[in-house]
Design a protein. Structure first.
Length: 209
């Protein structure tokens, strides 16, 4: 899949292994999610457009590149996606932040929207959608559907852990977006949880059960 990047960087893999450990507490888990998002974001944003601007150094004036166009938009899928936002904002502090709220039907595992607020004009921005877990792919597909319906075009999807089923579903539904995955896990179980996974990312980020 040309538009899919699965990371093999040692730092990302090391930090994901720490995430998996059930003994990792809320504070450390939250910090690791941010760190991994920043490491993934460094690579995912390597194609941001640049323009030359004139800057005066202590020595002389020069033409030097800076990020061009409308500011980046980071759009977390609530609520777990919020955990990745600060990692990307550490790289691009001026980025705008939107939100998409989805809940998963416990029986069908399909997503339903309850909130969608995006930076305007969304069609002129590079959009990074964040969700730590890409399980069935239902929420990811729905989130990208909503963004496209609002005019978004240049979309990147970042997930720390993905199941093959979810990755394939998102890729097939939206072959035009770039997908970045920290680690591709084995499969989904009968409850649509990723195996071996890391449990419920939202509960572990926010300390809830």
């Amino acid at each position: 899949m040309e538009n899919v990047t699965v990371f093999d960087h040692p730092l990302i893999q090391h930090k994901i292994s720490m995430l998996r450990d059930k003994r990792t507490g809320t504070n450390e888990f939250r910090a690791l999610i941010e760190e991994i998002a920043m490491l993934m974001g460094y690579e995912a944003l390597r194609d941001l457009p640049l323009m030359d601007v004139e800057v005066e150094t202590p020595i002389e004036k020069c033409s030097t590149p800076m990020i061009a166009g409308k500011k980046l938009a980071v759009v977390p899928i609530l609520r777990a996606g919020l955990g990745m936002v600060n990692g990307i904002l550490a790289l691009v502090p001026s980025a705008k932040v939107g939100h998409i709220g989805l809940y998963r039907d416990e029986t069908t595992h399909e997503p339903h929207e309850y909130y969608c607020k995006l930076p305007d004009p969304i069609e002129q921005r590079t959009i990074v959608v964040t969700d730590p877990m890409l399980a069935t792919g239902g929420s990811g597909v729905a989130a990208v559907d909503f963004i496209k319906a609002h005019g978004g075009r240049n979309i990147k999807f970042m997930s720390i852990i993905a199941a093959p089923e979810g990755l394939e579903r998102l890729h097939n539904a939206h072959p035009d977006i770039q997908i970045y995955v920290g680690h591709l896990d084995r499969c989904l179980n009968e409850n649509a949880y990723i195996c071996p996974g890391l449990g419920d990312a939202g509960d572990r980020i926010f300390g809830t059960k």
